[in-house]
Unconditional design. Structure first.
Lengths: 272, 267, 257
């Protein structure tokens, strides 16, 4: 609540439009943000003027090096894109299957055991903070080079996101049906199956598709550490300075991602 | 109960349902068949078991003298990562404003589809590709990372901004125009105060995402903690990777909590 | 003086909002426009400051046909006409004082106003206006923390800050409870008397119309079907304007006086 302050003249005889303390607070916030930016810009050399002067370089690079793309490279790219898509599809499938028990354990209205609830929640939160690339790096070392490590990395990465999203929609469901089943003697699994599942099913499907979109994007990166997919040839071609091939990769990836996004969004719109 | 009684229950027409069901099953079956036949998911073996890996990452790391020596260095890299994310989010949050207004139907009418097209295009671009392009054109280092994060943030923020703008109360603008305010004044005083809190809240949320993203950028030479992680993993120095990973987990968690707290206060 | 000469208004969808309206509104009058919803009351009021623009006829304000006005002249005209809306139309997230000051936008240069540099006289004027509607102590509070009646008084203060010659009020009490409605109407009436501001109010409660109006204009289907002093109006007149018997909903009641 804001304190009630009567408009009064301040020292210089003027009536302020914004009361002094509000003004001070706003000024401090602005100063802190500007200061943080100044520090960030200093360490990254990304001063505002360089932001503007940087773009001509980008345009030159796109114009001179990326164009024209080497279209004959499309075959290699399509194979790798298919691999990328397969990794995303399989990892999403695994994540949707395995997220269910975690999601219910993370929902306070289903799991009433406080300790289990906190432990699962903490574990999933930690999982979400690990960048997918580092997961891939570790998995490559454990299961070897190739798409399997990519699938594993994306699975772990999306498990955390999916369980979190789903647990939130479980927590917001109408608890009437749950109580009705409990009242007629149903156990926890029956409550979940007949009370909760029908209510969360549309969200569940929608989130799964959303995670699929995220995984498609994420799987582009994984090849950089040898976990399969398009990233592998992207790194290779970059190291060879074959920018015409890089251009083909970029354009085809962009088109593939756009198409997958479009289809997925269309389906999600019809679900909820 | 009278078992002979005829219940006249209308059976719903299920043909459409089964057709849909069959169609979806067919598509999924095809997709999975392709996935399993075209991708080689074999286990190619390695020298390290999962348990050993876990132990080296999260246990041995605390007893490794090299790690101890390098902790300040790692914190420095994490600091650079945060700097990339912050500068990038700032650029994105500011540049997203004009594009957000352009993409909002109630502000630019038919032109909104141009803005929406730009935003969709940016969002469909995985950020590593932006990073590749920026590193190749302006050289390696955090500066390229900032540009990549900044441009990539415009996509999501612009879309969210335009949704905020489309949901505001336009009657205020009408009231200001009725009192003789010019178009610009009516927008400035009628629209901006309504959108500022949501804009800042979304920008802070985007900062969370950008921190995660900038930990990865190092792999293409765009600065941050990503590069030393790759280097250490190439040398199989998993204790070092473990410590950097722990630093990332701790910092990202703190930032998530802070961001959630600030956003709750704003809206 | 505001004069309607054969004014008609057809909306783009073909609906006729006003049909051949002829009216003379004298300076300082307190006029209440009554009619069923959809009768064209709102269109009549909004055509004066051209929030909707009449398609035919002449609308003469102070000797000039305002329908020919260009953008700039129209803005000049609007600065002299205060408007009050059913839903207050305040910027909910800013302070009451800033909302009231926004009434001065038409008088303030663009650059100056964008920087928020209102002259001190304007700030004083805004506070005086708030004082006149009795809520000056709320000046620094955010508008969305006030009750509906208080928000409507803020919007009256905003109109007053324009130093208007005319105040238009489009269903100003439709969202308020009976006691608050009377407070708002009394404020409007007081301002009308003290500053000699021509005031046009849309209402659909007949008892309120009779209590506050100097003159009542009745509308039905876009046409003016009654125009006369409030003293000459009876329930019978309303039945003629509405084209039906008076119902309970048409009466507000609730004034303790």
């Amino acid at each position: 609540m804001q304190p009630v302050t009567k408009p009064q003249k301040n020292n210089n005889g003027r009536i302020p439009i914004i009361p002094r303390q509000t003004k001070t607070r706003m000024t401090i916030i602005v100063l802190v943000v500007v200061l943080l930016y100044a520090i960030a810009a200093f360490f990254t050399k990304a001063y505002p003027n360089r932001i503007i002067t940087g773009f001509p370089h980008v345009i030159d690079f796109v114009k001179d090096d990326l164009f024209p793309p080497n279209w004959s490279y499309y075959k290699t790219v399509s194979t790798r894109l298919l691999e990328t898509w397969n990794m995303a599809l399989l990892s999403t499938t695994l994540a949707t299957l395995f997220c269910l028990p975690f999601a219910f354990l993370m929902a306070s209205n289903i799991n009433t055991n406080k300790y289990v609830y906190s432990i699962v929640r903490f574990g999933m939160n930690v999982l979400r903070t690990i960048p997918e690339l580092i997961l891939a790096l570790i998995l490559v070392a454990v299961v070897g080079l190739g798409p399997l490590s990519g699938v594993g990395a994306l699975f772990l990465f999306s498990l955390g996101i999916l369980a979190k999203l789903l647990s939130e929609s479980i927590e917001s469901i109408d608890k009437g049906p749950l109580e009705a089943i409990r009242a007629s003697g149903g156990n926890v699994f029956q409550v979940i199956r007949y009370g909760a599942m029908p209510q969360i099913l549309p969200h569940f499907t929608s989130y799964s598709l959303y995670v699929l979109e995220i995984n498609v994007r994420a799987s582009v990166v994984l090849g950089f550490v040898g976990a399969g997919g398009i990233g592998q040839i992207l790194r290779q071609q970059l190291n060879l300075f074959r920018f015409d091939n890089v251009a083909t990769i970029i354009i085809m990836t962009f088109i593939a991602v756009t198409i997958i996004d479009m289809i997925s969004t269309r389906i999600r719109e019809r679900l909820v | 109960m009278n078992l002979d009684k005829q219940y006249n229950i209308q059976r719903p027409d299920r043909t459409k349902y089964w057709m849909k069901f069959g169609f979806i099953t067919f598509i999924l079956a095809t997709l999975y068949t392709i996935a399993f036949t075209t991708t080689d998911l074999s286990y190619s073996g390695s020298s390290l078991s999962a348990f050993d890996m876990f132990k080296r990452l999260f246990f041995d790391t605390f007893f490794d003298p090299v790690v101890h020596e390098r902790i300040p260095q790692y914190i420095g890299y994490m600091f650079e990562t945060l700097a990339i994310a912050f500068a990038g989010t700032m650029i994105g949050a500011i540049l997203a404003i004009p594009i957000g207004f352009l993409a909002a139907k109630n502000m630019s009418g038919h032109f909104s589809s141009i803005g929406k097209g730009i935003l969709n295009g940016i969002r469909a671009f995985p950020e590593i590709l932006f990073a590749v392009i920026f590193v190749a054109s302006v050289g390696m280092g955090p500066y390229a990372g900032v540009l990549a994060i900044g441009i990539n943030s415009i996509g999501m923020l612009g879309k969210l901004y335009s949704e905020v703008i489309e949901s505001i109360d336009m009657t205020v603008v009408e009231a200001l125009k009725a009192s003789g305010a010019s178009r610009l004044q009516a927008m400035w005083f009628g629209v901006i105060p309504q959108v500022i809190p949501e804009f800042s809240s979304y920008a802070i949320y985007r900062f969370e995402i950008d921190v995660r993203a900038s930990t990865v950028l190092g792999i293409v030479g765009a600065g941050g903690i990503g590069a030393p992680i790759i280097l250490a993993s190439n040398q199989r120095a998993w204790e070092q990777v473990g410590m950097m990973l722990i630093i990332i987990i701790v910092v990202v968690t703190i930032i998530d909590y802070l961001s959630a707290y600030i956003r709750k206060k704003i809206v | 003086m505001i004069e309607f000469k054969n004014v008609s208004l057809t909306y783009p969808n073909g609906h006729q909002g006003l049909k051949n309206v002829n009216l003379k509104l004298n300076d300082g009058e307190f006029i209440v426009v009554v009619g069923l919803s959809g009768a064209g009351k709102s269109t009549l009021i909004r055509s004066i400051n051209q929030l909707v623009k009449p398609t035919e006829g002449e609308l003469i304000i102070d000797g000039e046909n305002t329908l020919n006005f260009k953008e700039k002249q129209l803005r000049q005209l609007r600065t002299k006409i205060g408007m009050i809306f059913q839903n207050y139309n305040l910027v909910k997230r800013t302070s009451v004082l800033k909302n009231v000051l926004s009434g001065r936008l038409g008088h303030t240069g663009t650059i100056r106003s964008l920087l928020g540099l209102y002259p001190q006289e304007d700030v004083k004027l805004a506070l005086e206006s708030l004082d006149r509607v009795g809520i000056v102590e709320k000046a620094y509070i955010r508008a969305d923390q006030l009750s509906g009646g208080q928000q409507q008084r803020v919007s009256i203060a905003r109109a007053l800050t324009q130093k208007p010659k005319v105040i238009l009020a489009d269903e100003p009490v439709a969202s308020l409870d009976p006691p608050t409605s009377h407070i708002v109407m009394k404020d409007l009436k007081k301002i009308n008397r003290e500053d000699n501001i021509t005031t046009l109010v849309n209402l659909h409660f007949i008892d309120m119309a009779m209590e506050y109006a100097d003159r009542i204009i009745g509308m039905r289907a876009g046409e003016v079907v009654f125009d006369g002093p409030a003293s000459s109006v009876t329930e019978k007149t309303f039945e003629e304007i509405y084209g039906r018997k008076i119902k309970e909903d048409d009466v507000l009641g609730g004034d303790e006086k």
